[in-house]
Structures are given as structure tokens and as C-alpha cells.
Design a protein around this ligand. Structure first.
Ligand code: ZN
Length: 489
């Protein structure tokens, strides 16, 4: 059962056996959000992917220290070294203090994560709380000769680094190609080369988030926070670094360069990247008009959405694809996920009520084994789900009296479901009665129609009975001039 866990390492481009540096301890760092807007599917996928990894490693008995940061300073527009800080820009537009923006969107992000049943990381450090660590890392990079100062800003000398190491080994890029493909951009004339990246930026007079340093009043470059904070909490070399594929270059590539230059050691043993989500085959983007936040998914309040989708439907939808595959959102795909999830959840409830027989006619040991095999093969959640669906068939068949399960087999199947559905996939039962749930809306419409008919026929006893019975179930009916409405108490 507990065979070896294989995971795909972006650095070596192959599946490797997972052997932690200091077992049973595991250090895992995942790039978290830049908090200047509501979370969307692009935030949900890495959060759920690495939640799955976190949950499974803990299930296998590892003591995992999971660090997922909050970027609250230094992430400039277009991920470039020029342009406005994303949070400062939002603050300027909304006439808020940048930290008010950070507080507001961090709380909303946490709420979304809780709704998606994503476990809290062990540590959630913020870039602005680790300015000292970032400055001291710049000092170390200076000592190795890989940094230079220019007009109060500090840049990483990529060409010099590349003479000794390989800048591009993670993303498979070659510096010579980068040199020919990069044109000079406005505001980059301080750099020796356009592909050099900022370690420290001198703040423009209007820039609010700034700290004094010996180079200038300024702020750290975006890539630096992850190198500094991962080293601070997990050591100079740790096990797993994760994030979305969009962060592979230049963010993670530059993290490696910074850490190697500062600490003279490879920072990460296994690099893991989840693939992207597209919407109807298109990249998601505010300018493309297909940008849907998680809150909009949960409420259904977006022109592209045919209905509301519950947090567990979103979670299940994401887990239905292996994390390295692309995943395309469409209403059809999410409706399919919703149906599948209901089938699984109903079977899970039925499983609790099944009665054991003398002996089994169905084979259930293989379900558990194939779930482990799937997880051990680079966290193959769709294969786990396929095995659970095989079990659904058995559960329904036993429930119909067509097959039977012994006490031991029934117990084993319950354990398999509790472990894989609950602990590892992190799926849970949701309140069926929520506004926006189509079935509930339809049922309530039917009940209120029956009450209206009773009232029209002057059968007030029935009308009142319907209202009182609903009240007992926590549903308040209110008569308005436009007819009756209902709310959940
Ligand atoms: Zn990062």
C-alpha cells in the first residue's frame, strides 16, 4: 500500500521518488497571492493543488512546514521592474492606505480559502514584514559580486551569474536567446542588461511604501521576498517549492539565481508547478472580459455564468484534472462536476447506512489500493476520483440488495471514503439549502405556489400550516405586495 511517492520535478523534467532532505520533516514553500483584488480560479488552482500535496504528505506521516506568502509590496505591474506597484495603484485609485487594501483583500482571500476547504499554511509571511531579511540577502549577493547599484536601485547581474551557473535551467531558457529577444523597455536604462532584475528599487517621490536603506529610500524587488522568506523559515535548502506555471519565469528562475548567489547552494530539491486554467479555451484576463472572481462563482452573479457553483463544486472541478494538465472552464464542465460530486456525496451518505452481510460479493480492497497508487503517481487526483466512482457503483448495488459486503469490507470501504474524500481530496458536505441552489429554488417556488393556491381558495389553515412548517425548518416566508418571498433564518 504505502509504496513510494513519485512527483514530477520541473527542474529535472522527470518524475522522481520523493525523499525529503530531513525526513520526517518536510519544508514546502508556495507563492501566494498579491493581494490587490478578489481571488479567481487562477488563485484557486495552486491553493487547491498544494493543499492536496500538504494533505497527502501529512496523511503519509510527514511533519510538514507549509509556508505560503502574501505579497503586499514590490509586485509591479506586468511583473516588470518598471510601472506602478499593484497594491499602491489600487490604494491610490480607492484613496486608501496600501495596508488597508492588503488587509481587506487578505481577509477576503482567507474567506475564499476557507470556503474551498483549503487548510491554512503553517506560516503565512508577508513581504513587508521581512524587509530586513531581504536587505541582508542583497548584501550577500553583493558579496558574491552578482549585484550592482545604479541610481539608488540594485539589480541582479544575470550575465555574470550565467558565466558561473545557468540562468534558465528551470524554465529551459537560454540566456543568449533572451538577449536577442529582449528589447530595451522604457525605464530600464539603469540596468546593464534588460533581463537583469531588481533586488531593490529606489522609490519615486509619490511611492508610498518605502523603507530606508543604504542604497535609497525604496522597496525590495518582487522575486526577492520568496527567496528571503523561504530561507528564513525553511532553511537555505528545502524540499518543495510550488506555484503556478506562470511563475516559472522569471519569478522562480530568479529565485534560484538569488539564492545560489547569496547562499552558494541550490535552494530547492523539488520544483512543482500547476498548469493554468483557461475559460472557454481562452486565457483569463480582465481585458478579455472573461474574468470571474470566486465570489462571483459562488453567487452566480456574472454574465458568463449559467448558475451559481458551490465552493465544493469548484474544488471538485479543479481536482478532476491532474495538476499538470491544463483545465478549461465552461458552464458545461462545471455542471458536469456538480453532478459528479452529488453522486459521490450521496454514495458517501448511503455508505454510512449500509448493513453488513455474512460475506462480500464485491471486491473493495482494490479501491483503496488504486487510490494510493494514483496519489503516489504525482498526485493523480482524477484517478483517485475514478476509483471512488467505481466504489459508488458497488455502494449503490449493495444498497439495492444486488450485492453484499462483509463487516470488514464495509468498514474498509468507509475508511477509504473518509480518508480519500475527506482527508486527502478535502471534500465535504455542503448545506443543500442555499440561495442560488437551483434545486432548492425550484422546490421553494413549488411550495409557495401551493400556498398561494390554498390562499386563493380561502383554505387559510393549509396556507398557515405551510408557513409554520417552513418556519420550523428555518425558512421564513414573508408576504409582500409582489407575492411571497423566502429567506433562510
Ligand atoms: Zn514567489
Amino acid at each position: 500500500m504505502e509504496n513510494k511517492l513519485f512527483l514530477y520535478n520541473t527542474l529535472s523534467r522527470k518524475k522522481e521518488v520523493f525523499e525529503p532532505i530531513n525526513a520526517p520533516h518536510v519544508g514546502m514553500y508556495v507563492c501566494g497571492p498579491t493581494v490587490y483584488g478578489d481571488g479567481h480560479l487562477g488563485h484557486a488552482r495552486p491553493a487547491i493543488t498544494f493543499d492536496l500535496v500538504f494533505r497527502y504528505l501529512k496523511h503519509l506521516g510527514y511533519k510538514v512546514r507549509y509556508v505560503r506568502n502574501i505579497t503586499d509590496v514590490g509586485h509591479l505591474e506586468n511583473d516588470a521592474d518598471a510601472g506602478e506597484d499593484k497594491i499602491a495603484k489600487k490604494a491610490r485609485l480607492e484613496q486608501l492606505e496600501p495596508m488597508e487594501v492588503v488587509q481587506y483583500f487578505t481577509e477576503r482571500y482567507h474567506k475564499n480559502m476557507e470556503q474551498l476547504n483549503v487548510l491554512s499554511p503553517s506560516i503565512e509571511p508577508r513581504a513587508s514584514g521581512h524587509i530586513i531579511e531581504q536587505m541582508s540577502m542583497i548584501d550577500s549577493i553583493f558579496e558574491s559580486g552578482m549585484a550592482y547599484e545604479s541610481n539608488g536601485s540594485v539589480y541582479f547581474d544575470v550575465e555574470k551569474y550565467n558565466k558561473q551557473y545557468h540562468y534558465g535551467k528551470l524554465s529551459g531558457r537560454v540566456l543568449e536567446d533572451l538577449m536577442t529577444n529582449t528589447r530595451d523597455l522604457e525605464g530600464q536604462d539603469e540596468k546593464r542588461n534588460p533581463f537583469d532584475f531588481a533586488l531593490w528599487k529606489r522609490a519615486q517621490p509619490e511611492h508610498i511604501m518605502r523603507w530606508p536603506s543604504r542604497w535609497s529610500d525604496g522597496f525590495p524587488g518582487w522575486h526577492l521576498e520568496c527567496s528571503a522568506m523561504s530561507a528564513r523559515y525553511l532553511g537555505e535548502t528545502f524540499d518543495i517549492h510550488g506555484g503556478g506555471m506562470d511563475l516559472l519565469f522569471p519569478h522562480h528562475e530568479s529565485e534560484i539565481a538569488q539564492s545560489v548567489a547569496a547562499n552558494h547552494t541550490e535552494p530547492v530539491k523539488y520544483w512543482m508547478h500547476n498548469n493554468m486554467i483557461t475559460i472557454n479555451g481562452q486565457k483569463m484576463g480582465k481585458s478579455l472580459g472573461n474574468f470571474i472572481t470566486l465570489n462571483e462563482f459562488f453567487s452566480g452573479d456574472h454574465k458568463s455564468l449559467a448558475q451559481a457553483y458551490s465552493p465544493m463544486t469548484i474544488r471538485f472541478f479543479i481536482l478532476q484534472a491532474q495538476y499538470r494538465s491544463t483545465l478549461d472552464f465552461s458552464n458545461e464542465a462545471l455542471q458536469g462536476a456538480e453532478k459528479g460530486l452529488i453522486r459521490l456525496m450521496n454514495a458517501w451518505l448511503t455508505l454510512d447506512k449500509l448493513k453488513a452481510s455474512e460475506k462480500s460479493t464485491a471486491e473493495v480492497a482494490s479501491v483503496r489500493n488504486s487510490c494510493y497508487e494514483a496519489m503516489n503517481d504525482d498526485f493523480n487526483s482524477p484517478m483517485v476520483i475514478a476509483s471512488l466512482f467505481e466504489a459508488v457503483r458497488i455502494i449503490n448495488s449493495v444498497n439495492d440488495g444486488k450485492e453484499s459486503l462483509s463487516v470488514a469490507d464495509l468498514q474498509s470501504l468507509r475508511e477509504t471514503f473518509n480518508t480519500f474524500m475527506g482527508d486527502i481530496l478535502g471534500l465535504k458536505h455542503e448545506e443543500a439549502a442555499s440561495a442560488g441552489n437551483e434545486t432548492v429554488e425550484n422546490l421553494m417556488g413549488l411550495i409557495l405556489d401551493l400556498r398561494k393556491n390554498a390562499k386563493s381558495a380561502k383554505d387559510f389553515a393549509t396556507a398557515d400550516k405551510i408557513r409554520d412548517e417552513l418556519a420550523k425548518s428555518g425558512i421564513a416566508v414573508k408576504d409582500t405586495k409582489d407575492g411571497a418571498t423566502w429567506t433562510l433564518d
